[in-house]
Design a protein around this ligand. Structure first.
Ligand SMILES: O=C(O)c1ccccc1NCC(=O)[C@H](O)[C@H](O)COP(=O)(O)O
Length: 241
């Protein structure tokens, strides 16, 4: 059986590594230097880094230079997210040498552009499906953006390689991932799914590992690592077969 990939998260706001609750601006807890956090996850054995420019996602500026610096400093694979919505921001993100980018708002607001870049860049493009219930949210998760399953069917048809699925109600809360949502998404698509939001314990990671045969390929872990609920080494051990 394949091993669940773990993607420790570094979410950047105003130059700092932070975690939010439900992705809401103003709920930040700060954890210091994004580069130090990323290097620490790499030193602990991470194979992936999930790196988010929250200011770009919220439209409150950006941390592009810092995000590029962090990405370039990594020897491991990097998934870049936040505010990648047009040719210029996509080109800048890909120029960092990241392994793939995660598009959110653009998939809801400019579907023709997203279809074009999926055709051009293949599996360098993932789409973030950030939901409350089954309603997608864009613009830093602040605006409704349509039905999850209708959008998923459209993106599947357009050849989207992978989805990053976040239950916003769980994100940053340490309440455990939404396993039902993940199972439902896996039943609706044959593309790999990266689970995001709510991981609180090694048991949560073991439960997500149990969904690998259904199509869950990886899990993003943020708050639990910063809150020291477990170490990354323990997490990697917990998901190894
Ligand atoms: O990814 C985004 O674009 C984004 C936009 C607005 C708010 C939050 C956003 N991402 C948050 C994350 O990707 C988290 O790092 C991830 O869901 C980890 O969650 P948790 O383990 O619950 O801390």
């Amino acid at each position: 059986m394949s091993t669940l990939e773990l993607l420790p998260a570094v979410d950047v706001r105003d130059g700092q590594a932070v975690r939010l609750v439900h992705g809401e601006s103003g709920t930040e807890t700060s954890y210091g230097s994004p580069l130090e956090a990323a290097l620490a996850w790499q030193a602990s054995g991470a194979e992936w880094l999930h790196l988010v420019d929250l200011d770009a996602a919220f439209g409150t500026g950006d941390n592009r230079a810092l995000v590029a610096e962090v990405t370039r400093a990594m020897d491991i694979k990097v998934e870049l997210s936040g505010g990648i919505r047009d040719d210029a921001t996509l080109a800048a993100a890909l120029a960092t040498g990241c392994t793939r980018v995660n598009l959110g708002t653009a998939a809801l607001e400019t579907p023709e552009w997203v279809a074009k870049v999926i055709a051009e860049h293949g599996d360098k493009i993932a789409v973030g499906l950030d939901v409350r219930g089954t309603t997608l949210r864009g613009r830093g998760w602040t605006r409704d953006g349509g039905d999850l399953y209708e959008t998923l069917a459209r993106l599947d048809q357009e050849g989207c390689a992978r989805y990053v699925v976040t239950d916003i109600a769980k994100d940053g809360t340490l309440q455990g991932p939404n396993l039902e949502l993940l199972k439902n998404v896996c039943a609706a698509t044959d593309r790999p799914v990266v689970a995001s939001g709510g991981v609180s314990s090694l048991d949560d990671l073991r439960a997500l590992s149990g969904l690998v045969p259904l199509g869950v390929e990886g899990a993003i872990v943020g708050k639990a690592l910063y809150a020291k609920a477990f170490t990354l080494e323990e997490a990697l051990e917990a998901v190894s077969p």
